[in-house]
Design a protein around this ligand. Structure first.
Ligand SMILES: [Zn+2]
Length: 337
């Protein structure tokens, strides 16, 4: 009974909680001098981006870009479509000010390979500062995997098992024959290990229908990296791999989501290092020359102080980087602010 009561009231509840937190944040101030003006100045100066905050892509674009790639025609000399998402959980857009010669960058590797970088936003349909889903982990990744906001898939926050009415591209891609296999590599139990995990119903659906979709929870980022690299080392690696790394999210919760926090900066470099290892493993595949790869790096949400979930720009702005110019979804850019 409480569940249905909560369900009926959850959208206004999000709006109220968001408003309260916004007022609280304004009064309480923040650590690391994470002001809106300095944040805006930093992200406005990102010359590698194809767009800006005012023309940010909706997070749903990730689904469209991957779907378009997998269903598009094969370029000459290529025999199979492959796609991978390297997810940096809780990575803020302004980490793009941190690139330097001392650190290997997976993001810049993709751009050097002819890719493009876009400003995007999470947190649901665009109601300016008020969002319709929490800027949290489950709604963020679920929005990319289904191509819908929580108003459709229902995962408005963590701890809400998604209905199988809205399956992810991992499952529909295999079921519809678009791809032969897919894999979801994570280390956060809230995805499908916990009893209220986002994908517990879909995991059962995959089992019941004997679909070639792998759900694997490693327990930590080292394990996730090992799982991805083991998959890529196989001759017949998964056609679509979706991997999520917690470096920046864990550090942000521990000591602060801020590019002025040395620990958070290091976590970003750690994520980039792992990203580079994965890209290198892809390019080292004996069959790489005949495979048409889409490599995409993105984030589920940003962060503010030691949390996320609300509607500050630091939490809502994310990024989408690809190794080739993507076909953008119909409607193109949103209008965030
Ligand atoms: Zn997250």
């Amino acid at each position: 009974m409480f569940g249905s009561l909560f369900k009926n009231f959850r959208t206004p509840l999000v709006l109220i909680v968001t408003l309260v937190m916004f007022i609280y944040g304004s009064i309480a101030g923040n650590n690391y001098q994470d002001t809106l003006s300095s944040y805006k100045e930093n992200v406005t100066g990102l010359t590698m981006m194809e767009n800006d905050v005012d023309t940010a892509l909706p997070q749903t674009a990730v689904y469209d870009i991957i779907y378009d790639h997998l269903t598009g025609s094969l370029p000459e000399g290529k025999t199979v479509k492959k796609a991978i998402v390297i997810g940096y959980d809780g990575c803020r857009l302004d980490t793009f000010t941190l690139f330097d010669d001392a650190h290997e960058s997976a993001i810049n590797t993709l751009l050097d390979d002819g890719g493009e970088a876009y400003v995007a936003y999470c947190g649901g349909a665009n109601y300016h500062t008020l969002n319709t889903q929490f800027t949290s982990t489950a709604p963020g990744w679920c929005t990319m995997l289904t191509g819908e906001w929580a108003t459709v898939h229902g995962v408005i926050n963590n701890g809400i098992p998604k209905s199988n009415k809205h399956l992810t591209l991992l499952t529909t891609g295999v079921q519809d024959g678009v791809i032969g296999s897919s894999a979801f590599y994570v280390s956060w139990d809230g995805h499908f290990v916990d009893s209220d995990g986002t994908y517990i119903n879909e995991l059962q659906y995959v089992k019941d229908n004997g679909l070639n979709v792998t759900f694997l929870d490693a327990g930590d980022d080292d394990g996730t990296r090992a799982n991805v690299l083991a998959d890529l080392a196989k001759e017949d690696c998964s056609d679509f791999i979706f991997s999520i790394f917690e470096y920046t999210d864990h550090t942000g919760h521990d000591t602060g989501f801020s590019i002025n926090n040395p620990d958070y900066v290091q976590a970003f470099y750690d994520a980039e290092q792992t990203g580079c290892e994965i890209i290198s493993a892809i390019k080292s595949r004996p069959t790489y020359e005949t495979e048409d790869w889409l490599i995409l790096i993105t984030s589920d949400h940003g962060g503010y102080n030691t949390g996320h979930g609300m509607c500050t720009m630091q939490e809502r702005m994310i990024f989408i980087v690809t190794n080739k110019a993507p076909v953008l979804p119909d409607g193109g850019f949103g209008s965030m602010c």
